[in-house]
Design a protein around this ligand. Structure first.
Ligand code: FES
Length: 112
């Protein structure tokens, strides 16, 4: 049986114009689980209102789960959880939609 580890995910919440706010959620995991595993668990078990975008889940193919993880741009589905604390934020250089979701479409692919 794998050792259970614990991390506190500090997750940026809100919409454009909101005061800066974070939720801190403790998550127990096994080595090898990803940040996206934790975010999906949080949506299913703690807070269904958490906005996060993903599609392929773990293939690093869709690129939809890109976000800031501990101050670096990365894919939530391929970034391993680490014990202690992790900071999860939306991309800073894209228009924020809500929580961890930003507008990542190129301008010529946007509707209206
Ligand atoms: S969910 Fe598809 S690349 Fe991360």
């Amino acid at each position: 049986m794998s050792e259970r580890l614990t991390t506190n995910l500090k997750i940026r919440r809100g919409t454009p114009g909101d005061a800066e706010a974070y939720d801190v959620i403790e998550f127990e995991f096994e080595a090898g689980q990803s940040v996206l595993d934790a975010l999906r668990w949080i949506r299913s078990n703690r807070d269904a209102s958490l906005a996060v975008r993903y599609s392929c889940i773990n293939a690093n193919a869709c690129k939809e789960c890109v976000m800031r993880i501990d101050g670096r741009t990365g894919y939530a589905c391929t970034t391993a959880l680490k014990p202690g604390e992790m900071l999860i934020e939306p991309l800073p250089n894209k228009r924020l939609i809500r929580d961890l979701v930003t507008d990542t479409l190129p301008p010529d692919e946007r509707l209206a």
